[in-house]
Design a protein. Structure first.
Length: 244
C-alpha cells in the first residue's frame, strides 16, 4: 500500500505541475498571438514579439506551440480569432473585466456568462464597469542580478517617457500612458532585460469582497482563468485579510 501511495503522491504532484505548465503555455500563446497581431509576425521587426518569444524559451515552451500561436495571428490554417472584452459583477458587486481571444464568440460568451452565474455574479453590459479601470502600459524589470539602485532606475524610466514606478523586493514596476508603452519599452530595452511589457487595465478603486462571498468570488476568478479563451482577468476587488 505504501508503494501505491507514494506513486499516487508523485503522480498527483506531476499532474499539478503539468497543469501549471499548461496554464503558463496558454498565457504565453495568447501573448504571442497578440504581439504578432498588433505588429509584424516576423520577430526581427517586432520587439514585443521578440520579448514574448524569449519568455517562451525560458519556459521551455515547444517551438511548434510558439509557431502555432504566431500562425493564428497571420491567419495560417484559416481560423480567425477576435479579441472581445466582457464586463461583469462578481459576488458582492465587485467589478470584473474579462479579456478573451476566441474563434467562436457564441461559445465564449456562453461560458463567461455561465461562470458569472454559477458563482453568484452577473455579466454586465458594455460600459457597465469599464469606467472603473484605467488602461496603462506596464513594464517589469526583475531585480535579481541587476546592479541598479532605485533612483537610477526611476530616472531612466522617466527619461524614457514613463509616468511612475513602483519598487518591490523582486522587481521594478514601471507605468506608462498606454500610447507610450511601446516607446518606453524600446528605450528601456536598450539597457535592461524586460520581464513584462504590455498594456493592461488597472482599477481606479477597489472594493473588498464580503467575507461570506470570498469562496464564491475565488471560484469565479478560477473558472474564468481556466477558460482556454480567456486571455486576462482584471479585478477591482480585494480579499479580506483573513481570507486565505
Amino acid at each position: 500500500m505504501s508503494g501505491h501511495s507514494k506513486w499516487h503522491n508523485i503522480q498527483g504532484r506531476k499532474n499539478a505541475q503539468d497543469a501549471k505548465r499548461g496554464k503558463i503555455f496558454q498565457k504565453i500563446s495568447r501573448d504571442l498571438y497578440q504581439a504578432a497581431k498588433a505588429g509584424d509576425p516576423d520577430p526581427a521587426n517586432n520587439p514585443q514579439l521578440r520579448l514574448v518569444m524569449e519568455k517562451a524559451r525560458a519556459a521551455n515552451m515547444p517551438k511548434d506551440n510558439v509557431q502555432r500561436a504566431i500562425d493564428k495571428a497571420s491567419g495560417v490554417g484559416g481560423a480567425k480569432f477576435e479579441e472581445i472584452t466582457y464586463e461583469g459583477y462578481g459576488p458582492g458587486g465587485t467589478a470584473v473585466m474579462v479579456s478573451a481571444l476566441t474563434d467562436n464568440k457564441n461559445r465564449t460568451a456562453a461560458a463567461i456568462r455561465s461562470a458569472f452565474t454559477h458563482h453568484g455574479g452577473a455579466l454586465g453590459t458594455d460600459g457597465s464597469v469599464a469606467y472603473m479601470f484605467n488602461r496603462k502600459g506596464y513594464i517589469v524589470i526583475l531585480r535579481d542580478g541587476l546592479d541598479v539602485d532605485e533612483d537610477t532606475m526611476l530616472m531612466d524610466a522617466l527619461d524614457a517617457g514613463a509616468e511612475d514606478m513602483n519598487t518591490t523586493d523582486d522587481s521594478f514596476e514601471i507605468f506608462t500612458a498606454s500610447s507610450d508603452m511601446a516607446a518606453v519599452r524600446d528605450s528601456l530595452q536598450d539597457k535592461y532585460d524586460l520581464d513584462t511589457a504590455e498594456v493592461r487595465l488597472f482599477p481606479e478603486n477597489t472594493t473588498e469582497v464580503p467575507a461570506d462571498k470570498v469562496s464564491q468570488y475565488q471560484g469565479l476568478i478560477d473558472e474564468l482563468e481556466d477558460n482556454d479563451d480567456v486571455a486576462d482577468v482584471y479585478e477591482a476587488a480585494t480579499l479580506p485579510e483573513t481570507a486565505e
